[in-house]
Design a protein around this ligand. Structure first.
Ligand code: MOS
Length: 743
């Protein structure tokens, strides 16, 4: 039996279920396969007769390719072909939307853009030959390389103007008007982008490392101009994505084009440098924050403007102001987002697009306001939480910021007494604390999944949804086990294959709440069938450990048959009548070295309210990841472009500094559990990105509290700390005797 179930009656009843496994800290069901190396990632599938492809990339920033000389490469040992199909190039430029294939001459839009693929019998042969491709260019003499080079375009959808902010700034007892810059970020997923494409003359099968197969299949069909039903995408394990695998990448298109042309399987794995150079980046930002407050610290004015960049023609615009629209009070408001068109690689979604850089800047400004007004930073946030969305008057679906602030402050041991910088020191290390609020908008996406309850009392759940390290496998097993009353070990989770119903993909933190809701709806339909068979109302159905109640088992009630339903979750219209977001509070203690400007995070804590917890262990792990990203944003992560030719300078993990083990101290996570009935049928919101939406400011504010250096940029590098240290710092240290023997 198969039906589709879409409606959400708002009554989750998940809390009435008897198995008691949802929310429990179940270890990952895919964990053993991962740690023993049996989990296969895209490039690891053993496929006979597989040729190897290596991309050739541009060495100019803007211009046209006038000649591609492949002669030398083609005569090298093992070389099979050079693919310079224009579809490869078009897709290499585009981050998201599809357009008509580009015609020759090929336009180069950024340094490192793929322009051809060399295919050979071995990887080494292909790599060697790729170096012998001679490319001639007609380079533009003066490409725009930095946002300072161009006049930006205003993004009208993000512009808000209410009341009179200028006047509020004049009337304010305390005000802050500050400019803060953030550098660009890379997703830096552990697994490089990779694909094996296999065209059998009828159908194209592609093993790829992608986040959103439901969408990627359409993109690939569009790029290759073949119907979707001729394509099968498989991504059972993905080694991180963080946005960089939301859309199809050049490896997928290039491998597919080559396989179709050569009629044999072709593998393309991007080098780490290529991942940095041609996969989307997070835009750098410059932001202006204006806060106007009464003498008690109550906001009467709120201004947030940002300038970001992208390639000409690209749609994406880092949504820096996304949560600023509803974060705090202030009846006089000015928000504005501007986009500069420049020739760096495509800017797109990198973990928590918008808030990841918008919230830290806002929260740094809030810290400055706390200092000016003499209000405790936690108290300042508490008194400025709005009752409703201040711009459109919509109610919040749920709002746990106050609880996060209070519980977080408690758990961290926040000292609400008067604050002054440079009060604690150990030798040459200044020690301080800081905090910040956080928010991330909540989204859900249409999702389908099939759940089958087999005659033997086991279950199977099937969807093209991916698990990019987040825990999808595990929470789906828990959801089905909870709803159907069985051990999660009796649930087989079969995901990451476009032969299955279309899920929501992993992106924007919508994965768990969306696919979880689809699984929930499928299970509810199965429960109704079971109830009919058992002769009771669905609400009275008491399922636990494979038993139906009254001494009967699931196997008895099924009587040799299986039940299968497809759950189809569609975001409800009612969701549009609310502002929905996850909230959090971050606390950090840091030490800053007086002589080197180096910052060490001593400890960090985040408290988060995000709806129902589906698995306390995977939820906590997501937040640990977010806090780690917060440390990277605060201290080390920055894409650096050569101002002369626009090429990315630090394009590997030695030079692009993600926090390593030594950079990450004890991290504490407080889960402020709630039920958000508006957010999704399972009352859950997103988690993945929330942990880095504001956290960097807790560290920056702690640096200020420690040593008095107010650095108005992220990352806060040692040189920037030294440049911002108050002049009398050395004197203070000398007086304290800390410089004895040093000066
Ligand atoms: Mo996310 S940046 O939508 O993977």
């Amino acid at each position: 039996m198969s039906t589709t179930r879409t409606e959400n009656d708002g009554k989750a009843r998940l809390d009435d279920m008897k198995q008691g496994v949802l929310g429990e800290p179940l270890p990952r069901i895919d964990g053993l396969a991962k740690v023993t190396g049996t989990a296969r990632y895209a490039a690891e599938y053993p496929i006979d007769n597989c040729a190897e492809g290596v991309l050739v990339t541009s060495t100019i920033t803007h211009g046209t390719v006038t000649r591609l000389d492949t002669q030398a490469a083609l005569t090298m040992p093992g070389v099979i072909a050079v693919i310079d199909d224009s579809r490869l190039i078009t897709r290499a430029v585009q981050g998201t939307a599809g357009e008509a294939p580009q015609q020759a001459p090929v336009t180069v839009c950024y340094w490192g853009q793929p322009i051809a693929l060399v295919v050979a019998e071995s990887f080494e042969q292909a790599r060697d030959a790729a170096k012998r491709i001679h490319v001639e260019y007609d380079a533009s003499p003066n490409p725009s390389l930095s946002p300072d080079d161009v006049t930006p375009e205003e993004q009208e959808d993000d512009t808000v103007s209410q009341g009179d902010l200028e006047q509020a700034m004049k009337d304010a007892a305390h005000s802050v008007d500050v400019r803060i810059a953030t550098k660009g970020h890379a997703s830096a997923a552990m697994e490089p982008h990779a694909a094996i494409a296999d065209w059998d003359g009828e159908e194209l099968t592609v093993h790829a490392s992608l986040q959103m197969l439901n969408y990627n299949i359409s993109e690939l069909a569009d790029a290759l101009d073949i119907p979707e039903d001729k394509i099968r995408l498989i991504a059972r394990f993905v080694g991180g994505g963080f946005g960089s695998k939301l859309g199809i990448s050049p490896d997928v298109v290039a491998a597919s084009l080559a396989s179709i042309k050569l009629k044999r399987p072709v593998r393309v794995v991007l080098s780490r440098q290529q991942v940095f150079q041609c996969i989307m980046r997070r835009s750098e930002t410059t932001q202006r924050l204006r806060l106007a407050a009464t003498s008690e610290g109550k906001l009467i004015g709120f201004g947030h403007e940002a300038l970001v960049s992208n390639l000409p023609g690209e749609e994406f615009c880092e949504p820096v102001l996304q949560s600023s629209h509803f974060m705090y009070r202030g009846e006089n408001r000015e928000l504005m987002l501007n986009l500069a068109r420049i020739h760096r690689m495509t800017a797109g979604s990198v973990r928590a697009p918008g808030e990841a850089v918008g919230m830290p800047a806002l929260e740094a400004a809030m810290d400055m306001l706390a200092e000016k007004s003499g209000v405790d930073p936690v108290q300042l946030r508490l008194m400025n939480i709005p009752d409703k969305d201040p711009e459109n008057d919509l109610p919040f679906s749920s709002h746990k910021l106050a609880e996060c602030l209070r519980q977080g402050a408690d758990a961290f041991g926040w000292d609400a007494g008067p604050r002054k910088a440079r009060q604690r020191r150990e030798g040459e290390w200044w020690i301080g604390t800081g905090m910040a609020s956080g928010a991330r908008i909540h989204n859900t996406m249409e999702s389908r999944t099939r759940v089958t309850l087999s005659a033997d009392g086991t279950a199977r759940v099937e969807t093209d949804m991916t698990d990019i390290g987040t825990g999808t496998y595990t929470i789906l097993a828990q959801m089905v086990a909870e709803m159907l009353g069985m051990d999660p070990a009796a649930v087989r989770v079969d995901i990451g294959d476009t032969r299955h119903p279309r899920g929501p993909g992993s992106g924007g933190s919508w994965g768990a709440s969306s696919i979880g809701s689809a699984a929930f709806l499928a299970c509810r339909a199965i429960r109704e069938d079971l109830a009919a068979r058992a002769g009771v109302a669905e609400e009275a159905l008491d399922l636990r450990d494979g038993k139906v109640g009254g001494g009967r088992t699931l196997v008895d009630v099924l009587g040799g048959e299986s039940l299968s339903h497809e759950g189809h979750y569609k975001p409800a219209k009612a969701q549009e009548e609310y502002t929905a977001a996850g909230f959090g509070a971050f606390f950090a203690q840091v030490r800053v070295n007086h002589f080197t400007g180096e910052t060490r995070v001593d400890r960090m804590l985040g408290a988060f309210g995000f709806g129902r917890v589906l698995n306390r262990r995977t939820a906590r792990s997501q937040f640990l990841g977010g806090l780690t990203w917060s440390i990277g944003t605060a201290l080390t992560e920055a894409l650096e472009f050569d101002p002369r030719d626009g090429h990315l300078v630090n394009c590997d993990l030695a030079e692009y500094h993600v926090p390593v083990h030594r950079d990450v101290p004890d991290l504490d996570v407080v889960l402020v559990e709630e039920r958000d009935a508006i957010a999704s049928p399972i009352e859950a919101k997103g988690i993945g990105e929330l942990g880095m939406c504001g956290g960097a400011a807790a560290i920056g504010n702690a640096i200020y509290n420690a040593c008095g250096a107010r650095v108005l940029q992220f990352p806060i590098t040692p040189d920037s700390v030294l440049a911002s240290l108050p002049r009398d710092s050395c004197k203070l240290l000398r007086e304290a005797g800390a410089m004895r023997g040093l000066a």
